[in-house]
Design a protein around this ligand. Structure first.
Ligand code: AMP
Ligand code: MG
Length: 394
C-alpha cells in the first residue's frame, strides 16, 4: 500500500504524448492550448473614451466652471478621424475614438449643458483622464494566452477580440468505462431480490463531463472472468483511458485485477492508504492508461477526482491543478478512527466548511449534496472546531 502523495507523484511522473490539433475558437471552450498565443494587435487599437462625456484639451480648462462650446460628436463605431478645435469640446461616448488634439474626457455627470455648450464643474482635470490608451490591455506581440491554459468563456472572447479564429489545442483522450457486477441492473428495469441499480457509470461519466471529457464507450460485464477479459479487450482496442468500476478487491468474484494481468496491463500502483478508495489500481498497457476503481460509489468518485482527472489534465498539458484547493475553517470538530488519509464529503460556504454526515464509501447521498471534499492527511485523526483544513472543490 502506498501513500496518497506517492500515488499522486506516480500519476504526475507518467510520460504522456500530447497530440494537438487546430480548432475553431468558437468550438474551443474547455480545451487546453498547446502553444502560446501572441497578441496580433494592440488592445484597444486606438485611444478610446472610457466614459460618456466631452473630449477636451486639458490646457483649455484652467479654472472651475470653464465654459466650452460643443461643436461635434464622436460615437462608438465612428470611423472618421475627428479633430478637436482648441477652445471647444466634442461630445463623446464610451468606446469612441479620442479626437486629434483632445487629451482628456470630462464625464457627462461633471458638466452642465447650456444652449451653446457645456460648463465644466470638474477642476483641476488630469491629463489623459478617462482615456484608455492604445495597448492599455495588451500590446501587439505580448503573450495573450499561455500554452497549457484551459480555455474559459473569457479566453474565447479575448481570442476573438484579437480577430483570432483558430488555435492549436490538445486532443482530448478517448475514454472507455467498464462497470462490473452481477448484481447490477439497468435503472428502470425490474429489481429482483439481491440486485441493485447500476449508478457508477453515470457518476463517472458525468464527473468526467464536468471536467470537459467525453466518454466514448460504456460497457457492463457480470462477475465472470472470461466475459470480463473479453469486454476489456474490446475497450482497449479503441480507448486511451480505460476505467473499470468494481471487482478490484480481494473477493472470490473480484476478477478485475486478474483480467488486467491476463491482458498485459503493467501495474503502477495498487492500494492507496486512504479512505474511501483503498483498493484503487492504476496501470498501463502500451499507450493506454488503466484505472481499476472500487465499486463502492463514493470511493469510485473520490478516486476519479483524485487520480483520474489529474492524469487527464496532464495528458492535455494543462498547467494548473484541474480543481481548486483552498483552506477553510472547519465548522465543527472532526474525528476519524482510521489513521489513513481521508477525503470527507463536505459543504464549503464563505470560507467555512461543514462536514456532511454518512461518510461511508458506499454512501452516495451526501456526495450528492456536497460541493467539496475535506482532505485530512494520514495520521490526522482530529480536527478542532475552527481549525483550518484543506478543501478540494470537486
Ligand atoms: P466491488 O468493488 O465490486 O466489490 O463493489 C463494492 C460495492 O459497490 C458493492 O456493494 C457493489 O454492489 C457496489 N457497486 C459496484 N459497482 C456498482 C455500480 N456500478 N453501481 C452501483 N453500485 C455498485
Ligand atoms: Mg463487484
Amino acid at each position: 500500500m502506498i501513500t496518497i502523495e506517492k500515488a499522486k507523484e506516480l500519476i504526475q511522473k507518467q510520460q504522456v504524448n500530447i497530440t494537438s490539433k487546430s480548432l475553431a475558437v468558437k468550438e474551443a471552450l474547455d480545451y487546453v492550448l498547446s502553444e502560446n498565443i501572441y497578441a496580433v494587435m494592440d488592445l484597444p487599437p486606438f485611444p478610446q473614451s472610457a466614459v460618456d462625456g466631452y473630449a477636451v484639451c486639458f490646457d483649455d480648462v484652467k479654472e472651475v466652471n470653464t465654459f466650452l462650446p460643443v461643436r461635434n460628436e464622436a460615437a462608438a463605431g465612428n470611423t472618421q478621424y475627428l479633430t478637436l478645435e482648441r477652445g471647444t469640446g466634442i461630445r463623446i461616448f464610451t468606446g469612441a475614438p479620442i479626437p486629434e488634439n483632445a487629451n482628456a474626457v470630462v464625464m457627462q455627470e461633471k458638466t452642465q449643458t447650456t444652449d451653446e455648450g457645456i460648463i465644466i464643474r470638474e477642476f483641476p482635470l488630469r491629463e489623459e483622464q478617462n482615456i484608455r490608451p492604445i495597448g492599455d490591455e495588451i500590446k501587439k506581440g505580448e503573450i495573450l494566452l499561455p500554452k497549457g491554459l484551459k480555455l474559459n468563456p473569457a479566453s474565447i472572447a479575448v481570442l476573438l477580440s484579437q480577430g483570432i479564429l483558430s488555435v492549436k489545442v490538445s486532443e482530448k483522450p478517448t475514454i472507455g468505462i467498464l462497470v462490473t457486477g452481477t448484481e447490477l441492473v439497468q435503472p428502470g428495469d425490474e429489481l429482483k431480490h439481491g440486485q441493485i441499480y447500476e449508478s457508477n457509470s453515470a457518476a463517472i461519466e458525468n464527473a468526467l463531463k464536468k471536467f470537459s471529457y467525453h466518454v466514448q464507450n460504456v460497457l457492463k460485464a457480470d462477475d465472470n472472468y472470461t466475459l470480463l477479459v473479453k469486454t476489456l479487450r474490446t475497450l482497449f482496442e479503441s480507448n486511451e483511458i480505460v476505467i473499470v468500476s468494481g471487482g478490484i478487491s480481494v473477493g472470490d468474484y473480484d476478477f478485475t485485477g486478474r483480467a488486467f494481468k491476463e491482458l498485459g496491463v503493467e501495474e503502477i500502483f495498487y492500494k492507496v492508504n486512504q479512505k474511501p478508495g483503498k483498493p484503487v489500481f492504476f496501470g498501463k498497457r502500451g499507450n493506454t492508461f488503466v484505472f481499476g476503481l472500487p465499486g463502492n460509489p463514493a470511493a469510485a468518485l473520490v478516486c476519479l477526482y483524485q487520480y483520474v482527472i489529474p492524469l487527464l489534465a496532464k495528458i492535455e498539458g494543462q498547467n494548473d491543478c484541474p480543481f481548486p484547493i483552498v483552506y477553510a475553517t472547519s465548522e465543527e470538530a472532526i474525528h476519524v478512527k482510521d489513521s489513513r488519509g481521508h477525503f470527507l464529503k463536505a459543504f464549503l460556504k464563505k470560507g467555512r466548511v461543514c462536514l456532511l454526515g454518512k461518510q461511508g464509501s458506499h454512501m452516495l447521498q451526501t456526495f450528492a449534496t456536497s460541493n467539496a471534499l475535506i482532505y485530512l492527511p494520514a495520521g490526522k485523526n482530529e480536527v478542532k472546531k475552527g481549525e483550518i483544513v484543506e478543501v478540494h472543490l470537486v
